[in-house]
Write a protein that binds this ligand. Structure first.
Ligand SMILES: Nc1ncnc2c1ncn2[C@@H]1O[C@H](COP(=O)(O)OP(=O)(O)OP(=O)(O)O)[C@@H](O)[C@H]1O
Ligand SMILES: Cc1ncc(CO)c(N)n1
Ligand SMILES: [Mg+2]
Length: 506
């Protein structure tokens, strides 16, 4: 169907109010809520009341149709295909256990809007096999577990939601526990809008709540602009080259400000040429004066003076952005990338970042302690870094050989379990510890794993609802990139990982 004759425009799904009679305090409350949501900019309204009789449903539907007349906002009814015409609604939303969409189309004819709920890949596959023109939009969910659908466990999360949206030829909206704080992640995931119940019906001021949703949606970028402030690796596996690849592989637009040139390859670093401070400033100022930045990753800082300079920007123009600080000190090859007297300056940046991502040697240097040898050491050092002022800490256990050989649930493993050595990282956020594991991959090609992980974190954060989900998805991606590293043939030392493992079809 061409867009010209589309029955549902993607922009109409932006802020989709689904009513809940109980939460609105009765039918009168529903009508008033819809009136005020309309004033707040709601773009679509669905009457949902699974408990009402048909008579009550029609009465309420007619009132809502009256409220919406002339507003340009369509009215959809939940489930009750047989009442669409009587109410004068624009269409119906059916779920997997309601009337099948093809039957609804046969009943309603070619002009009605039909929305259809899809909760997983298999349901989307089945939907794609429907005759063309059967349905008009998809409701994808649940994004998270909610009270209105208690039986509906297994929330989708952003990564699976994004995959469904990408595969859908129809406009899509996300549903299930959606709030205005999710707007940015949802818009970046590729859905066309947010369907909400509690976020409007469960509030004292539905107009303000709706306005908050519409403004958050309008403000949110479709594609995040992510900035790396880091050094160059001419062999392409680490530094800004890795960062730009990791940004691109994880769906963000990448930018970079160079702090240092290195002469290095997969065998080692032969020279470092720091960029003059004024020129680092010039690069940063040109970004800040022109481009909206949605997240920042910091890598090699080379010197104390450079760290101080970057700190000014973190405290200034980047103060409200997600910031990942990779406290780069030593390359995989063992060569120094940070002056010996600059540790204090990097420490001083810790409170300005949301998450710092030291490897074991870096955590030890930051804490002035011996290097962690066990998982318990690692957890202890992560806690100490928080005590030392870091807001969030992600300690990478890639260098940890704790002989952790056991069966465990693992993010990124095909069957979600794994027997054998694990690559274990520890994340501490808001006082909560999360242990992230993935299968340990036997390969020499791990040059730039740390750069790539911190960049994936920065790229994914604007596309996810919190840091924990971000970290899980970044680690899963990184594990795939390490697993595919041996398909590249770059250099005779520690070769790079395969950033585009999921995109290049071989
Ligand atoms: N062989 C491996 N198999 C699976 N995961 C690994 C492997 N090596 C490292 N990792 C993971 O990669 C991430 C980066 O860890 P690592 O400790 O290697 O960082 P790094 O030393 O900063 O890397 P670099 O400085 O080379 O960029 C962590 O999530 C770690 O668990
Ligand atoms: C430029 C640069 N930054 C970071 C690393 C860390 O591996 C590296 N090897 N080179
Ligand atoms: Mg590193």
């Amino acid at each position: 169907m061409s867009t010209a004759q589309a029955r549902m425009r993607p922009e109409d799904l932006a802020v989709y109010l689904v009513t809940d009679t109980e939460q609105c305090g009765g039918p009168g409350g529903v009508v008033e809520t819809v009136r005020r949501a309309l004033a707040g900019g709601a773009t679509l309204v669905q009457l949902r009341d699974p408990h009402a009789s048909d008579e009550e449903f029609v009465r309420l539907g007619l009132e809502l149709a009256d409220v919406l007349t002339g507003s340009g906002v369509p009215l959809i009814v939940d489930d009750r295909v047989h009442l669409v015409d009587e109410i004068g609604a624009d269409g119906v939303h059916v779920g997997q256990s309601d009337m099948p969409p093809a039957q609804a189309r046969a009943v309603l004819g070619p002009d009605a809007v039909i929305g259809w709920s899809v909760t997983n890949e298999a349901e989307l596959d089945a939907t794609l096999a429907l005759p063309e023109g059967t349905i008009d939009y998809l409701g994808l969910g649940p994004m998270r577990a909610t009270a209105s659908k208690p039986g509906h466990a297994d929330p989708l999360g952003m990564a699976r939601l994004a995959r469904l949206a990408r595969r859908s030829p129809w406009p899509t909206c996300a549903i299930g526990g959606v709030t205005s704080r999710d707007a940015a992640a949802l818009k970046a995931s590729g859905v066309d809008g947010m369907a909400v119940i509690s976020a409007i019906c469960g509030t004292d001021d539905p107009e303000a709540a709706t306005r908050e949703l519409t403004e958050a949606w309008a403000r949110a970028p479709r594609i995040a602009n992510v900035l790396s402030i880091a050094g160059s690796d001419p062999s392409g596996g680490a530094g800004i080259q890795a960062d730009l690849k990791a940004f691109s592989a994880n769906g963000a637009y990448g930018m970079c400000v160079l702090t240092a040139l290195t002469a290095q390859n997969t065998r080692g670093v032969s020279d470092v040429h720091p960029v003059p401070l004024d020129f680092v400033r010039a690069q940063l100022d040109d970004i800040v004066s022109d481009v909206r930045v949605d997240a920042v990753k910091i890598g090699m800082l080379a010197s104390a003076a450079l760290a101080d300079t970057v700190g000014e920007y973190l405290a200034g123009p980047f103060a409200d952005l997600p910031v990942v600080l990779d406290p780069v000190m030593v390359a995989t090859s063992g060569d120094r990338l940070l002056d010996a007297d600059a540790t204090g300056a990097v420490r001083a940046l810790m409170p300005l970042a949301d998450v710092i991502t030291p490897n074991l040697p870096e955590a030890a240097v930051l804490l002035d302690l011996p290097e962690a040898r066990t998982l318990d050491d690692l957890r202890d050092q992560a806690r100490r870094l928080v005590a030392a002022g870091a807001r969030g800490v992600y300690v990478k256990g890639g260098h940890l050989d704790a002989g952790a050989t056991r069966t465990e649930r693992v993010s990124g493993a095909p069957d979600d379990t794994h027997e054998g050595r694990l690559a274990t990282d520890v994340l501490i956020l808001d006082g909560q510890e999360h242990v992230l594991t993935a299968p340990f991959i036997e390969t020499r090609n791990t040059h730039g794993t740390g750069c790539s992980l911190s960049s994936a974190l920065a790229a994914l954060r604007p596309q996810r609802t919190d840091w924990v989900e971000t970290a899980r998805d970044a680690k899963a991606w990184l594990t795939g990139a390490i697993a595919a590293a041996d398909t590249l043939q770059v250099g005779g030392g520690h070769g790079p990982i395969h950033h585009f493992h999921a995109l290049w079809d071989r």
